[in-house]
Write a protein that binds this ligand. Structure first.
Ligand code: B30
Ligand code: ZN
Length: 261
């Protein structure tokens, strides 16, 4: 039986490589982004398709490690997808989920010049030409994750209300509910032209090194009250998911680039 993994103690990140060897690999995520070391490059802007559309059904799931949202589009309306931004080809949206900390001073997975944010939102996409995530995961460019920092404020982010309102219905691990739909565009920062790019991994076991990472420079906001509601979700064993971010991993000579102008 595969041992359960978590964010603390015996099954925490320091011990993931014992059970999931790839988690000890050379191209792991997240990383600290040293802005002074980012190579400027020329990329087209991102082009988002159906990011401005609502889904027919939007489901919120507590999978025991995070709050995850999946979209079911109406017949005829393709899933949201993204091209450009230096990505090679099209990537189809799969799910988004959140990472947070035990308090508002930590919670993001990536850090910028050593700075942590209160959380990080991950929009997970698979490379459209691979057809599905099971196939995509076999390729080094199979997954593109768009990471958005969550900055703690005193004021609720209304774009997160739908998700936050659903949380009381998914307190227990492996439960799901339906929430009001909203366009994915509402989760992105204003400035989509400023981002960091590098090759890395899934930040949870099995830590496959198959992710083209985009980390937007600018955060979106989340209130302290909204963050507190995320910390009320439970793991499989009934303990609270007080925090669910992996510490930064060695860069091991990897380069990261930033979009010029
Ligand atoms: S992340 O964006 O790098 N944090 C997965 C996708 C994105 C990231 C991490 C993991 C992923 O698809 N993992 C495989 C699926 N999970 C099932 C699940 O959704 O609930 C398998 C697992 O982790 O054991 Cu928990
Ligand atoms: Zn994630």
């Amino acid at each position: 039986l595969t041992p359960h993994w978590s964010y603390t103690g015996e099954t925490g990140p320091e011990n993931w490589p014992k059970f999931f060897p790839i988690c000890g690999g050379d191209s792991q995520s997240p990383v600290n982004i040293e802005t002074a070391n980012a190579q400027s490059t020329i990329y087209l802007p991102f082009l988002f398709t159906n990011y401005n559309k609502k889904a027919a059904t939007t489901s919120l799931m507590n999978n025991g490690h995070t709050a995850q949202v999946n979209f079911d589009m109406l017949d005829g309306l393709p899933m949201p997808s993204v091209i450009g931004g230096g990505l090679q080809g099209s990537y189809t949206f799969l799910q988004f989920h959140l990472h947070w900390g035990a308090d508002d001073t930590v919670g993001s997975e990536h850090t910028v010049d050593g700075k942590s944010y209160a959380g990080e939102l991950h929009l997970v996409h698979f490379k459209t030409e691979y057809g599905n995530v099971a196939e995509a995961i076999k390729h080094v460019d199979g997954i593109a994750v768009l990471g958005v920092f969550l900055e703690a404020t005193d004021v609720d982010n209304p774009n997160l209300w739908s998700l936050i309102e659903g949380l009381p219905s998914v307190i227990h691990a492996d439960t799901h509910t339906t929430i009001n739909s909203f366009p994915l565009l509402k989760l992105l920062p204003q400035n989509l032209l400023k981002f960091y790019r590098y090759s890395g991994s899934l930040t949870t076991p099995t830590c496959n090194e198959i992710v083209i990472w985009t980390v937007f420079r600018d955060p979106i906001t989340i209130s302290s009250a909204q963050l507190a509601k995320l910390r009320m979700l439970e793991e499989e064993d009934g303990k609270l998911i007080k925090m669910n971010f992996r510490p930064v991993q060695p860069l091991n000579g990897r380069q990261y680039v930033t979009r010029l102008i």
